[in-house]
Design a protein around this ligand. Structure first.
Ligand code: PBG
Length: 326
């Protein structure tokens, strides 16, 4: 009779045994919850392609954050939907802009919660691009100043972490310099260092009304097949002063997360984007997959790939699932 010498199955024999030898864990401390804030009062507009996610006016945002806080989620990522848009995206850096008002209200009521603000122009420009446009081109350098102004105005409103998502070259340095000059040298930058031109942002653009009116974002966001380029973006952002790095999207880029992990020892963030959320929701609604199990498997996979932190629209669900502990 032949007996296998090694029997990996020994360590899979019971739930308790599997718990003991588990290598990676998803924890409440890992999670950041993205939220959309809009003008008005008592506004709660459902986003059709993202069941369970809403555009909230500030008063309802505060109510939602009370829940987030009681679940123990350490941070939120705020996206603003302004009343009006213009060519220069002036709502992004207006002293009384939607994000500036929301951050003040949130920090006032929840001083402990980490408020992270997305710094970009696309939600605020009438053309929907992430920078200043001239003759159909998205200009890099003139955009930097506006991004820096946006970041400073977020910090002045009380933001704890600044997250630039525009993909202009040199923006981390521009933002770092402006923050330092204005007395915010202690505010960290969580840079969307590796952000691909992805179709998985579709539902977000519905949510934020930020789809570009002409063309696409391929001249500034990364080309999905590229990996070495991601490492050079990472190198640049570290040199420019980024404190934490984001890889976005996550599901189709697990190899990128793993490669960045090899090259960066600071906090690494995976952004589980809108389209990833919508796919799970849609298939779960049809009864084709189990929402809880597939979500936990995907998010734990991001941890296994090397992420420390996960930005996910599923954050409150994940905490409830973790607490059920089944
Ligand atoms: C703004 C921004 C986008 C997302 C985060 N910040 C949209 C885009 O780049 O088109 C996408 C997030 C998601 O899909 O969940 N530039």
């Amino acid at each position: 009779m032949y007996y296998p010498v090694t029997r990996p199955r020994r360590l899979r024999s019971s739930a308790t045994m599997r718990r003991l030898v588990r290598e990676n864990h998803l924890r409440v401390d890992d999670l950041i919850y993205p939220l959309f804030v809009t003008a008005g009062r008592d506004v709660q507009e459902p986003i059709e392609s993202m069941p369970g996610i809403y555009r909230l006016s500030i008063n309802l945002l505060l109510a939602e954050i009370a829940k987030v806080q009681s679940l123990g989620i350490p941070g939120i990522l705020l996206f603003g939907i302004p009343d009006s848009k213009d060519a220069a995206g002036s709502g992004a850096y207006a002293a009384n802009g939607i994000i500036q008002q929301a951050v003040q209200a949130v920090k006032d009521k929840f001083p402990e919660l980490l408020v992270i603000t997305d710094v970009c122009l696309c939600e605020y420009t009438d053309h929907g691009h992430c920078g200043i446009v001239q003759e159909g081109k998205v200009l890099n350098d003139p955009t930097l100043e506006l991004l820096a102004r946006t970041a400073v105005s977020h910090a002045q409103s009380g933001a704890d972490i600044i997250a630039p998502s525009d993909m202009m070259d040199g923006r981390v340095r521009a933002i770092r310099g402006a923050l330092d000059e204005e007395g915010f040298s202690g505010i960290p930058i969580m840079s969307y260092s590796v952000k691909y031109a992805s179709a998985f942002y579709g539902p977000f653009r519905e949510a934020a009304g930020s789809a570009p009116l002409f063309g696409d974002r391929k001249s500034y966001q990364m080309d999905p097949p590229n990996l070495r380029e991601a490492l050079s973006e990472v190198e640049q952002d570290i040199a420019e002063g980024a404190d934490m790095l984001i890889v976005k999207p996550a599901m189709a880029y697990m190899d990128v997360i793993a490669a960045v992990r090899e090259n960066f020892d600071g906090p690494l963030v995976a952004y589980n984007v809108s389209g990833e959320y919508s796919m799970i929701k849609a298939a779960a609604r049809l009864g084709w997959i189990d929402e809880r199990q597939t979500t936990m498997e995907l998010l734990t996979g991001m941890k296994r790939a090397g992420a420390d932190i996960i930005i996910t629209y599923h954050a409150p669900d994940v905490v409830r699932w973790l607490n059920e502990n089944v």
